[in-house]
Design a protein around this ligand. Structure first.
Ligand code: NAD
Length: 299
């Protein structure tokens, strides 16, 4: 039988993820503090409940998809207090992107209360959430991972066990730190190429087949033309919005600080994207950082 799921947080990501579970025949009861989010989920076939604790009391898996670690820890402990309401044997599965230390704390709280726990942040954005093609990066004990895998495979196309609690979050922010640094590097190279008289296509043809190759170049190319599907060809409609990149880099910086790592490029990328996300970059694809680089370059 399919596990019963209590789904808490029906925003841009949680809404379509819950709908995909329902479409696959998983019994889901869902809740969001915002009425509109509940209405949309209901229109997509998801059963919603007025009191989240009712859903949790019946659930085998308590899945949270919330904005931040503060929200997750508060929801677990007191607002509304998911841990106190769950039934014995339940698994707490948090798919939000939060600090590694918060994910470990959330898992510890769940385990202390007698439950199983996993962190499983995602990449793939709203498009991936709707299509059921998310990538899940999972931090959990082996047996918990094994139990959750079929459920995650309904919502995702790739499910990777990264290690113990917190290590799903660790994998996600390490990946995104590479991505941010390389997207800035690609932007700088194209702007320098422009100033040197190099065409976008010539630089692309060389770097995409040479040692400068990266996802930031060959999938998310920040100039229109060489990669017709990249956000640069549609005025930088995301894609992956600058605000979300800035958020993830904030989590990366916290981890660099906590572990005392000499992450100069990561910290610089965090500062650059934090400023970018204060303006219109917040809602543009993060590859639009090339526009800032170009603007700052003109004398
Ligand atoms: P969102 O803000 O659209 O959705 C979060 C939802 O949680 C909102 O509807 C909000 O009302 C609800 N909420 C807050 N507190 C609640 C509570 N106590 N009980 C019930 N509901 C509550 O955010 P999103 O884009 O869906 O992102 C969710 C998480 O996924 C974030 O951690 C984000 O960083 C991560 N993420 C987002 C994307 C993306 O492209 N949007 C991609 C990867 C990861």
């Amino acid at each position: 039988a399919q596990p019963k799921v209590a789904f808490i947080g029906l925003g841009n990501m949680g809404g379509p993820m819950a709908a995909n579970l329902v479409a696959a025949g998983v019994p889901v009861q869902a809740y969001d503090v915002v009425a509109e989010a509940m209405d949309t989920a209901q229109q997509n076939g998801v059963e919603v409940v007025a009191d989240p604790l009712d859903a949790v009391a019946e659930a085998d898996v308590v899945l949270t998809m919330l904005p931040s670690g503060e929200h997750v820890l508060a929801a677990y402990q007191h607002s509304p207090g998911l841990l106190a309401a769950a039934k014995p044997g339940a698994t707490f599965l948090d798919c939000s992107t939060i600090n590694i230390s918060e994910a470990q704390e959330a898992a510890e709280l769940a385990k202390q209360a007698g439950f199983q726990a996993a962190d499983a942040p995602v990449s793939g954005g709203v498009v991936g959430a709707e299509a059921g093609t998310l990538a899940f990066m999972v931090g959990a004990d082996d047996d918990v991972f094994g139990q959750l895998r079929p459920l995650l495979e309904i919502m995702g196309a790739r499910v990777v066990h990264c290690g113990a609690s917190g290590l799903g979050q660790a994998a996600k922010i390490c990946n995104n730190m590479i991505l941010a640094v390389s997207q800035i590097a690609v932007g700088e190279a194209f702007v320098l190429g422009e100033q040197l008289g190099l065409t976008h296509q010539a630089l692309y043809d060389v770097a995409s087949k040479a040692s400068g190759q990266s996802w930031a170049l060959t999938t998310n190319c920040p100039v229109p033309g060489p990669v017709p599907t990249s956000p640069a060809n549609r005025d930088f409609a995301p894609g992956f919005a600058g605000a979300l990149m800035a958020k993830d880099l904030g989590l990366a910086t916290n981890a660099l600080d906590e572990k005392g790592v000499d992450g100069q490029m990561g910290r610089l990328a965090a500062a650059i994207y934090s400023e970018f996300a204060e303006g219109e970059g917040a809602t543009q694809d993060f590859s639009a950082i090339i526009s800032t680089i170009r603007a700052n370059s003109q004398s």
